[in-house]
Structures are given as C-alpha cells and as structure tokens.
Design a protein around this ligand. Structure first.
Ligand code: ZN
Length: 818
C-alpha cells in the first residue's frame, strides 16, 4: 500500500483534474480507485441522461468492450461445471458455425482469424432490423466469409470472437446470457447495478446510464443503435462500485477456482509458441497487470488491475470524451500528463466551409480541435477571444503551393498565414522532396503551417533516369518509378504531380504517364498536373488528362487552370463544356486556379516546341503568348540589371526587339547555375473568372515568398476583387472553394470544414476590409483585414505579425489517414 500521504497528494490532484475537465464538458462520468480492498476515491460527475438526472457511483454504465471479461468468466464457470473445454471446437457446441478449426480458446484469446461482424451485418440488414447473436451466427453460416488468417497464427482483436462466445454460453447453459449472468455472477457477488441489456429487451433498471455528447452547449443523445441486440462483445452494464466488487472477487474463489482464473490473466499463445498480451478478455502487460478499455457510442470505459499492488482504477464515461482516463491513469502511475486547453471565440459570423449561409455564433476550441459550435457560454477562467462580428471560417488550403521553398529559414510562413493559409500542398509541377525528408525537415524546423505533398513525376524521373530525361522511360525505369511512387503514397503522399510542360517531363510518353497513374490509383493516391501545354496545345493537353483519369480510374486535377495565349482567349466556356462532358462520363476531373491574369515561370515555357534559339518562335511568343510591355523578369542571376524590367525594356537596354531580348534571356540563363523567372501577362480576366466560377475549381496560389504577387495575395485577392468588388460569387462559395472543396479534391480528412471534432485551423477576417496589397512592384506587401489565424488550435498570426508559434503538422494523404 502506498504511504497514505502519497495517495492524499495524488487523490487531491485527481479530484482537481476531474473537476477541471467536468467544468469544461470534457468529462462526465464516475471514477473509483481502490487499494488493497479499500476504496480510496470514488466520485461521479455530471448527468446520467439528457434529462439531467445526476450520476452516482451506483449508476450503471454500458461497459462496451470491458464487457468481454464477463463473458470469458461465464465460459470459465461452464468449464468448471464440466459443460465445455477451452480447446473444444466451436462447432461442437454450435453446429451451424461454419469453421471447423476454431476453438473456444481461439475466441477468448482473439486468435481465431474471424472477420469483424459489423460491415458484414450492415450489408445484409434492412433498416428495420436489429442485429442479435442468433442472426449474426446465421449470417456467418450463410456467407461464410473467409478467415483473415489461420486460427492461432496471429492475434487480432475482433468483436465477433466474443459474440460467438456469448452464443456458446447460451447454448451450453441452456439459458439466455442475461439470466445465466444474473444467476452465476451478479447474485453470488451481491452486485446491485449490474446487468446485461440489449435493445430488444423491454425493461431496464433505473440505474441505466445513457450516452450523449454536447452540441450547442447542450447534451444530445448518443446511445445504443441497431447493432445492440447483440451481446458478448459489449452490453454489460455496471457501476463503479459493482466493478470494484467484481475486481475484488477475482482475487477470491467466489466464481471460479484460482487456477481456472489464472488462464484468463495469462497471455495466450500462438501456434508458433510465442505469447500475445491478451488472456481471456483481459490485456496483460509485462508486469502482470491486467486492463481493458471499452468504447461504444458515447461510452468510454476502462478498468485496470495493478495485481501485484492490489490496486484498481475504474473509469466510466458517457459523454464521448476519454481524455480524463489517460490523465488519471498517468497521475496514478506517476507519469507526466497535460491538461487540455480550451478557448472560446465569441461573436463571429461563422462560414463553415460547406457553402451554407453564414450565421452568428460562438466556436469552442479544445487543444487542436473544434469541440463545439453554438450559443455557448464561456467556462470559468476560459480564454475568450472576441470575434468582433467578423467572419470565422476554416483555414484556407492551398492546393498548389511553392511556399515551402524557404520554410526552414522562415518558419513563420508569413506569405502563407498572412493571407489566411493554414495548409500548403507542395511537391507540385512534378518536383518534390521525399516524404521522409519533408517529415524530418518539419521535425528539425517546425513551421506555422501544415504541409501536405504530392510526389513529383520529374523528381522520380531524375532519380531513376539521371540526366537522360529528354525521352520516354523504358519499361524497367517505369517499374522503378511505379514502386517509388507507391511507397511514397504509403508514407503519406497525396499522389502524383506532373509538370508535363517542363523539359524533364515533356518527353515522357502518354503511356508512361498513364502507367504511372495506374500505380498511383492502386495505392489509393490522386493525380494533379501542370498539363503539357497551357497555350498552343491546350486542347490536346486537356484531352490527355481526361484520358489519364479514364484509363487509370483516378481523380485528376488540372493545376493553375488558365489559357495562356491571346488567340485562344474566350475559349474557357468551350473547355469547361468539355470537362463537364468528361465528368458526365464518370471521370473525376477538377481544377485549381489562381486569380491573376499573369503567370510566373521559367521563360523557357514561352517556347512550346522547345526550340529555344528559333527567332520565329520568339516573335510568336511576344505576340501570342505574353504582352512583352507588362511581362517582367523577376529574377535573373546572370545579369541583375534585367530584374524588375519588362521584356521590352530589356530589349531597349541592348538596342534590340522584345523577341531578341527573349532569345538573349534564354541563352544567357541556359546553364545549371543560372536562374531566370518571368511574370508573363497573358490571360483574359473573363476566362479566369469563368474558371474560378466553375463548380469543380478550388483556389490555389501557385505562390512562394516573393516574385509573383500571388505568393502573398492570391486568397485575399479573390475575397477583395472577385467577391467584394465584382461579386462573381457569394462569400460562402468563395470560402468553400478555399477550404472544403479543396480538402475534397486533395483527399484530406478532418480539415476544411468547421465542425465538431475537426482540426482547429481557422481564419478570422473582416470581409469589408480584406484586401490583397501585394503587387509586382511590392510582392511581399501583407494583406489587410486578416485578423487572426489559428493552426491546430494555436494562434499563428495576429495584428499583422507572426506569433512565432509553429504548430504545423505533416498531413497524411487520404490513402494513409486513419
Ligand atoms: Zn505549374
């Protein structure tokens, strides 16, 4: 027994922690701690149901999976009655059971290989069915789903093991489980508030606790469902006090002999002789302590028996929050813990990201998540942030970003967060770092924004084909690239990005890209592409991405959608009609777009035929592809004088035409150490507006920390120029295209919508003032009107400044997200 002063201190801490959590709607339940037969702490907090009936330590909670130990006990009792043996085949007692080689021991040890029943049942049930044990058994008999592994080969926790065990108990005992349970466990132990209940029963005791969650600050029912006619894996109800009696009885021989029970708390063995950490309904740790947790609808339960010390911890919760269990356990065991932090953002005009109209409300954040929305009152001592009636919306997601280029030196990511971006998606245009490198960098240099990545086709080609890139890949090269992209997707990449206009990828064949896309589809990834031509061959390039979507059966997204050619201006509606046809055909094609009539890239893209010394092509470019008077060279390492000047002006420096200037720019920068970039003014605003308005376009910046003004202003520019000034779409639609739609296009979960449980990536802004201020002349001017930006619940930007807090995480792609 612990010295009582030590317990006193711990109990004081536990009680204050539970109070703290309860006052913040982060705990509603009962806790009991026992030491050598003595209850040293027991207390209930909150309500037993949505009518606000108070909980007590006698209230009977649904134990969820903590029920399993009781069914295992029933099997042990029947063994001592001489009615079964643990090594009996299940079929001996249940002839309809369709697998001959599974034993009762396999069920209790979770080594049977049986698949989970939930999905199988859901497929065969109608809306008026309730699942029960008989139906579950009949369903397995009829469908005989294949085993996940050979019995005894592996340990895999599966509820079907214990629903099957319950059927055996009924069959062998000749009575219903609840009656056998009552006669052989409840009555002998003198339990007062312990029973088996399923929703086909008409009666339940007064002590039954109901599950709920908080919505709008008020409890909303979250209790048993149509699966709950079944028992065995769950549906034992008990109170904290009864569970302590149960725990104490397990040290005695009131139910079964010690040697029988010892098997329940001894790790089961696999066929190869190795032990797993599970007995009969109990997890067993290396010190011989046993425990089990349970979670079902809003119930979260836990019992831990510190067998050597004869101490016990019982935790029962019915509002869907499990945090308290881990904290109390940490205090008991002397481990570190962290209390959740909560804050409330009041007086906001909520635009939740789904496109639905804004509404006045409050939002509560707990740690990194949104916990509640509604007419909420601040808790005692809670941090309150006055939203001043501004718009609160999900943090903006940039589906095509190059903001990562300087993150290790500028972790504030000011270009991104100052326009409301909370997630940047990098690895674009076919150029990426490996996922492991990005994760490692993020660990070394935490940043303000979240990062997700595609895997770049150009990077894969360079890795596999070295410098020999101006050709299609061979079959062995293709196979290597397919293996690489598959492994990257498993590590968290969203899929494959291509930049087919760039020379390292331009010479790939269509087949090569389709084969890559098929491998990506098989791995659960997606495809995003800077298409092969945005000017002369835009139509053929659009056909190519449609074909990739069709043949690889993969979602495809056109990057930075534009028509970069004067003579094709006005064709946006034709192109969109073609995309709509493709969608009707069943191809999931989407696009992203930035709201400017100028692009930024290498000047080499102005030679679509890759004939970089051809004067006729240069003349064609300055007439058809850009306006040389307004298109500006933004960086040019061979001759700094060129930087900031238009192509026409650079020509004047050398007494030559704009076309000659273009040839010179290419020639002088044609070596590996040189860098040249140009902002090309070449799109029609009407086309851009049409693309932005398309239902399947989300916003992107394509920006970085300078150069093109989009790096600092793309998202605020949409809000200012196209929503407030030109009113091309409602504000709610614009936000949708910056958040929820984007998350959908990327396969990112739990972000992009303000809803309970999602990550708290948030932007608070003044819609009347929000303005992009960045221009070609001043590309790093901060936007106005962005008041506060949160990333994972932490404020990263406020008062036009970084808070120097870096909570950004790597976001796993949909193929790997849990
Ligand atoms: Zn691009």
């Amino acid at each position: 027994m612990l010295a009582s002063s030590q317990w006193d201190q711990k109990i004081k801490t536990i009680d204050s922690v539970l109070n703290y959590l309860y006052q913040r709607q982060l705990f509603n339940g009962a806790v009991l701690i026992g030491d050598n037969g003595k209850v040293i702490y027991k207390k209930a907090f909150g309500i037993a149901d949505t009518s606000a009936k108070p909980l007590t330590t006698l209230s009977a909670f649904n134990l969820a999976s903590v029920s399993k130990q009781f069914f295992a006990m029933m099997a042990m009792i029947l063994k001592e009655d001489g009615k079964l043996n643990f090594d009996d085949p299940v079929q001996k007692h249940l002839p309809a059971f369709p697998y001959s080689n599974i034993t009762i021991r396999n069920l209790m040890n979770h080594t049977s290989g049986l698949p989970e029943y939930f999905e199988l049942a859901d497929r065969s049930m109608t809306l008026i069915d309730t699942l029960d044990n008989e139906k579950a058994l009949a369903m397995f008999a009829e469908k005989k789903p294949p085993l996940v592994f050979k019995p005894g080969e592996k340990f895999e926790y599966t509820n079907t093991n214990f629903t099957t065990l319950a059927s055996i108990v009924e069959k062998v005992s000749g009575m219903s489980c609840d009656r056998f349970f009552d006669e052989r466990i409840v009555k002998p132990l003198g339990l007062k508030n312990t029973f088996i209940y399923n929703i086909n029963m008409s009666f339940y005791p007064d002590s039954r606790v109901f599950g709920f969650y908080y919505e709008n600050g008020k409890p909303v029912s979250n209790d048993l469902v149509y699966f709950d006619g079944i028992v065995g894996d769950g549906n034992v109800y008990s109170s904290a006090e009864d569970l302590y009696k149960w725990d104490q009885a397990l040290y005695s021989e009131k139910l079964v002999k010690k040697e029988t029970f010892r098997e329940a708390i001894t790790p089961g063995k696999l066929n190869n002789g190795s032990s797993k950490d599970y007995g009969f309904g109990w997890f067993v740790d290396t010190s011989g302590n046993t425990s089990h947790s349970g979670g079902w609808v809003a119930f979260g339960t836990y019992i831990k028996r510190y067998i050597n010390k004869k101490q016990t911890f019982i935790f029962l919760e019915n509002s869907g929050v499990y945090t308290g269990c881990n904290i109390v356990k940490a205090i008991i065991e002397g481990n570190a813990y962290k209390l959740p932090e909560t804050s409330i953002i009041t007086n906001v005009n909520l635009i939740d990201g789904t496109g639905t109209p804004s509404r006045k409300t409050n939002v509560r954040v707990v740690d990194d998540r949104i916990s509640d929305i509604g007419d909420l009152e601040p808790f005692l001592h809670e941090t309150v942030i006055d939203g001043k009636g501004y718009v609160l919306c999900p943090g903006f997601i940039d589906s095509h970003s190059h903001h990562d280029r300087s993150l290790d030196k500028n972790p504030e990511a000011i270009a991104a967060v100052s326009q409301g971006l909370t997630t940047i998606v990098v690895g674009q245009d076919g150029g990426s770092d490996p996922v492991d490198t990005i994760k490692e960098k993020l660990k070394q240099h935490p940043t303000a924004v979240n990062i997700a990545t595609y895997t770049g086709f150009g990077s894969l080609r360079s890795f596999v084909m070295k410098d020999d890139l101006l050709r299609a890949a061979t079959k062995p090269e293709l196979n290597s690239m397919k293996a690489l992209v598959t492994s990257e997707i498993k590590k968290g990449s969203l899929g494959l990005s291509t930049g087919l206009e760039y020379e390292d990828q331009f010479y790939s064949s269509k087949d090569e890209v389709i084969e890559m896309a098929k491998a990506v589809a098989a791995a659960g990834g997606r495809y995003i592409s800077h298409i092969r031509s945005e000017d002369i061959n835009i139509e053929r390039s659009i056909e190519e991405i449609i074909q990739i979507g069709r043949e690889a059966k993969i979602p495809v997204q056109i990057s930075h959608f534009k028509i970069a050619m004067v003579s094709k201006w006005g064709k946006s509606n034709d192109i969109l009609a073609r995309l709509e046809d493709a969608r009707t055909e069943g191809i999931n094609i989407t696009a992203d777009c930035y709201p400017y009539i100028m692009w930024s890239s290498t000047p080499r893209v102005l030679f679509p035929k890759k004939d970089f010394t051809n004067r006729a092509s240069a003349e064609y470019a300055v007439i058809n592809l850009i306006d040389p008077n307004t298109s500006v060279i933004t960086s040019f390492t061979p001759d700094k004088r060129f930087e900031g000047r238009s192509v026409t002006d650079i020509g004047k420096l050398n007494n030559e035409t704009a076309a000659d200037a273009l040839l010179r720019i290419i020639k002088e920068s044609d070596n590996d150490s040189a860098e040249a970039s140009i902002i090309g003014v070449s799109m029609s605003e009407q086309d851009i507006v049409n693309f932005l308005k398309w239902n399947h376009t989300n916003l992107c910046s394509d920006g970085s920390g300078g150069g093109h003004p989009r790096g600092y202003g793309a998202f605020t520019r949409l809000l200012r120029r196209y929503v407030r000034e030109q009113k091309i779409m409602p504000l709610e639609t614009a936000i949708y295209k910056m958040t929820a739609l984007t998350a959908e296009h990327l396969g990112i979960k739990d972000r992009g919508v303000i809803t309970r449980g999602n990550y708290a990536d948030l932007v608070l802004f003044d819609p009347a003032r929000v303005t992009d201020n960045s221009t070609i002349g001043d590309p790093t001017a901060l936007s106005s009107g962005i008041a506060i930006v949160w990333v994972n619940g932490k404020i990263v930007y406020q008062n036009k400044q970084s808070t120097k807090i870096y909570p950004g995480v790597f976001i796993q792609g949909g193929a790997t997200a849990e």
